[in-house]
Design a protein around this ligand. Structure first.
Ligand code: GCO
Length: 263
């Protein structure tokens, strides 16, 4: 019985922002657990490359290019997905951007862009996907939060505000939808090696050394490190888990850190 709890065979999983980075790694994990994958992104070129990667990995994946911040495109494509692939059982709100600008220098438009993709889009997509889940009396929603849902850092104020908001939106979705047998939870990554963090992950750069020293596991996360948490929260193994943010962070949130000269 135990391993069947994690089996996603016959399920349709829709992951926003899954043509690269954490979204692709999570989608690959859900696909390896048996789910049919719906890939989303805004770039047709990245979509074509990604679909080839999914196919090479033996994952059944269908791609839809649209902007998750535009509700008309979201409604149109959810209808298309549920017609062409099937009802969405698992939604992962992963699409996100970060703009590293000190708050005092940040334009309102930059701030709004980050909030739109990282916080408003999960609301827009979830609000439209959950209607079908409510009708079917089951569903799983996973919001990709961040350790920045808990802590701030210079220059990532918009991102931290969005991810802090996403943590609380996750709890509110769980509150409103648990009675329909829909479990809404979050995953909070620590520092991971992705295109989003490439600019701050340069060998020998003081920030790179800082993250290695600040993280008890003493390394950047590999996107595949998220697959177990995603499979758990997408499967029957988490049917009584609601409103929980599962941090996958190498222990960074567990500690105040240590002096650079301490082992
Ligand atoms: C940064 C990083 C972080 C990571 C990640 C940490 O500039 O500090 O981009 O925000 O992306 O979200 O959880």
């Amino acid at each position: 019985m135990s391993l069947e709890l994690f089996d996603l065979k016959g399920k349709v999983a829709f992951i926003t922002g899954s043509t690269q980075g954490l979204g692709m790694a999570i989608a690959m994990g859900l696909g390896n657990a048996g789910a049919r994958i719906v890939v989303n992104g805004r770039s047709q070129f990245k979509m074509d490359v990604a679909l080839h990667e999914y196919k090479s990995a033996g994952i059944t994946a269908t791609g839809y290019c649209f902007d998750v911040t535009k509700e008309d495109q979201v409604i149109e494509h959810i209808t298309l997905i549920e017609k062409e692939v099937g009802p969405i059982d698992i939604l992962v709100n992963n699409a996100g951007i970060n703009r590293r600008i000190p708050l005092v220098e940040m334009s309102v438009s930059d701030f709004s862009d980050v909030l739109d993709i990282d916080l408003v889009a999960p609301f827009v997509v979830s609000k439209n996907v959950v209607k079908g889940m409510i009708n079917r009396s089951h569903g799983k929603i996973i919001n990709i939060c961040s350790m920045m849902s808990e802590l701030g850092r210079n220059t990532v104020g918009a991102y931290a505000a969005a991810k802090g908001g996403l943590k609380m939106l996750t709890k509110n979705m769980a509150t409103e939808w648990a009675k329909h047998n829909i479990q809404v939870n979050g995953i909070g990554p620590g520092y991971f090696a992705t295109p989003l963090t490439a600019p701050i992950r340069v060998e020998g750069d003081p920030f790179n050394d800082f993250i290695i020293n600040r993280t008890p596991a003493a390394r950047w996360g590999d996107p595949n490190d998220l697959q177990g948490a995603a499979i758990f929260l997408a499967s029957n193994a988490s049917n009584f888990v609601n409103g929980h943010i599962l941090y996958v962070d190498g222990g960074i949130l567990a500690t105040i850190g240590k002096p650079a000269n301490e082992d």
